[in-house]
Design a protein around this ligand. Sequence first.
Ligand code: GSH
Length: 224
Amino acid sequence: MAEVKIIGSAASLFSVRVEWALKLKGIEYEYIPEDVRNKSELLLKSNPVHKKIPVLLHHGKAISESLLILEYIDETWKDNPLMPEDPYNRAMARFWAKFLDEKGLLGAWEACQAEGEEKEKAVEAAIQNLALLDKEIQGKKFFGGDEIGYLDLAAGWMCHWLSVLDEVGEMKVFDKDRVPSLHEWVQDFVHIPVIKESLPPREDLVNYFKGSLSYVRSLAANKQ
Ligand SMILES: N[C@@H](CCC(=O)N[C@@H](CS)C(=O)NCC(=O)O)C(=O)O
């Protein structure tokens, strides 16, 4: 039995961030692809609370929630630390990672779904969330300084998934003029070989999110 396994999906930014962490640490793992639209017994057994990917299996023990998995990986394999050493900086990295998942990502997805008069407002709100983070990266190569770390991995979806959401939602949330420092950071981030090689093909993501968008819109239409 492999020591480390990930139940994940190539299209999932939550899943890919965990793979990035393992690769940066040089940890070998077995990848178990999951179809979240037809969940396996293994997923339901491993993450009975949320029933979501990714799940990290370490010696058979299951850990879920991608940001927590990143911390578990960092505490278990000490080489190439991901978390800042200083407790205040660690707290801030967690703060921004949580903010990004709860506001940044959700805001971009809401803007993608919005239509008509709501669209402009939703896009502006999403940009303003990212603009807060833009200030955090100003003058730095990576969020943690010169080396890529936990917050870079948490924010990593912006290097690929965000422009896909922009395309699918026919919008411009990742606007170079509004978040210039994040744009520069993306260029550095995406050029790291471990990062680049784990990105799913753009076309697959576009198709995946087009499907998700039609699905949520049909659910909303059926409610009316
Ligand atoms: N907060 C979770 C989010 C994970 C998540 O939303 N995973 C999605 C795939 S991208 C999923 O498993 N969805 C299945 C479902 O919602 O039933 C994390 O960070 O791990």
